[in-house]
Design a protein around this ligand. Structure first.
Ligand SMILES: Cc1cc2nc3c(=O)[nH]c(=O)nc-3n(C[C@H](O)[C@H](O)[C@H](O)COP(=O)(O)OP(=O)(O)OC[C@H]3O[C@@H](n4cnc5c(N)ncnc54)[C@H](O)[C@@H]3O)c2cc1C
Length: 450
């Protein structure tokens, strides 16, 4: 049995490990263009801001391949020949497979504006992006980074998400001082935070009327914007970019509907898309490029499974959607690896209740379930500032959005699954409190209870 996994991110490595558990003697290869070792993409910003070494973001020991008997193939996959069961590689012989697991993740949504190819313009999704951004903005490392840490990163083909960009700092002989971040989502705010940690005061351009509208309402986003400004960020909402301008030395200006902004570095964070174009449509996709899978994560192509950011999974309402999150990629990887290597009946993907959490500057953020239906809302503005929204339909809780306090999403998810009445949930909120020591508990006065 030859199992080939494309991707050594969380989905691919979980799949490879699950397959190894099922089949101790199978030949398992893991193909990766991006890097030698599995690392936590969610920790990239901490490396950029100098809080973590890159090695500290690797969840597995570096001998994991040898220990698990996995063959590492450092190459770019460029296509699939399903009739001959071959994975096609750039500059190397095709790789034959009996079972193929596709876990190629996401790539940055490309910037649509003229000037996007100028030196000093890039995104923040890959290890190559991190290496580029460090050159542009970070001081020479004082962490435990070995001098050749990035030596294994290939320069990459011009259309590869794993290519290394040209640094404008090198051309100019100085690091960037006037960075601009475009895109008001989670990655955008992470880049802004890293820039603040590096002593810069970035301009943050947000097209919508408020920050991160798919997750926050106007009031919540207003609070985050205040927080950004209090830290020295020039956060501008309702600002639409139309072009990036500059010269051979790199980007110099960002042109927007509200005027032109001087810039010597532009980070484009306008979302991610499934990294599947290299498959050339051989595996059916949804309209956004996500690889369509059934409940067992199998694609329509014989002996091919997909998992992680690149997989478009079935939803209870019959639609398909990608779930670009770490914990879903991990769960899907485990399942795809198990199903691809197990002779028994395939297990179905049990997503459970959606949740997410993050820190937006200093503000804790937790969400769970769906935020539609009627809304109960409560705000505090005393020793603790917080905002709590609980969505409910016909009195039963369906979703939560919390800012300013830390909450245990698993308790919230359980209340949703149990169909608890909104009154019950508000009365028992303390059971889900995850605040650090000495933080006064949330108290909802009687006249504010639902
Ligand atoms: C800056 C940032 C912050 C994030 N923060 C959070 C967070 O706080 N919480 C959260 O839940 N999620 C977060 N995410 C999302 C999370 O990181 C992803 O959902 C998760 O990493 C997806 O894992 P994956 O294994 O599917 O893909 P990836 O981690 O993207 O791995 C893809 C793999 O495929 C390989 N590959 C792709 N194409 C090819 C090819 N053609 N040939 C060879 N190899 C190929 C690559 O080498 C790589 O190994 C963040 C993402 C980013 C970029």
């Amino acid at each position: 049995m030859r199992i080939v996994v494309v991707g050594n991110g969380v989905a691919g490595m979980e799949a490879a490990q699950a397959a190894r558990r099922q089949l101790p003697t199978a030949a398992i290869s893991v193909v990766s263009e991006e890097s030698d070792h599995f690392f936590s993409r969610t920790a990239l910003m901490y490396v950029l801001s100098g809080q973590l070494s890159h090695a500290a973001t690797e969840p597995l020991e570096r001998d994991a391949y040898a220990r698990l008997g996995l063959v590492r193939v450092r190459a770019r996959a460029i296509g699939l020949d399903p009739a001959r069961r071959l994975l096609l590689l750039a500059g190397a012989d095709p790789l034959p497979y009996d079972r193929l697991i596709l876990a190629p993740g996401s790539r940055a949504r490309p910037a649509p504006w003229p000037g996007s190819d100028l030196p000093g313009v890039g995104s923040f999704v890959t290890l190559q992006d991190l290496a580029w951004l460090e050159e542009e903005i970070a001081p020479p490392k004082t962490t435990d980074r070995p001098p050749n840490e990035w030596a294994h990163l290939t320069s990459g083909a011009s259309d590869s998400p794993y290519r290394r960009r040209r640094s404008a700092a090198q051309a100019r002989g100085r690091r960037a001082e006037r960075p601009v971040v475009i895109g008001g989502g989670l990655i955008g705010v992470e880049v802004v935070e890293a820039m603040l940690a590096l002593g810069r005061r970035p301009t943050f351009l947000i097209r919508d009327d408020w920050f991160w509208p798919i997750a926050l309402d106007a009031q919540e986003a207003g609070w985050v914007a205040d927080e950004l400004r209090a830290h020295g960020v020039d956060a501008r909402t309702g600002t639409e970019v139309s072009a990036l301008e500059g010269g051979p030395g790199g980007v110099e200006r960002v042109v927007t509907n509200k005027g032109t902004i001087e810039a010597d570095l532009v980070v484009v964070a306008i979302g991610v898309v499934p990294n599947t174009a290299w498959l050339g449509g051989v595996v059916p996709t949804d309209r956004g490029g996500g690889l369509l899978v059934d409940a067992s994560l199998r694609t329509a192509v014989d002996d091919v499974w997909a998992c992680g950011d690149a997989a478009s999974v079935p939803m209870p309402d019959g639609s398909h959607r990608t779930e670009p999150l770490w914990y879903t990629a991990r769960a899907q990887g485990r399942l795809a690896g198990r199903n691809a290597s197990s002779p028994g009946a395939p297990a179905p993907y049990a997503r459970g209740t959606w949740y997410n959490s993050a820190k937006l500057m200093d503000i804790e953020y937790t969400t769970a379930g769906q935020l539609d239906g009627d809304m109960w809302r409560f705000e505090e503005a005393g020793a603790v500032r917080s905002s709590t929204r609980i969505a409910h339909r016909e009195g039963r809780v369906v979703g939560f959005n919390f800012l300013g306090r830390r909450w245990d999403h698993s308790v919230c998810a359980r209340w949703i699954e149990e169909g608890r009445p909104v009154r019950y949930v508000v009365d028992h909120l303390r059971q889900a409190a995850f605040d650090t020591e000495f933080v006064l508990p949330l108290v909802v006065p009687n006249d504010r209870r639902p």
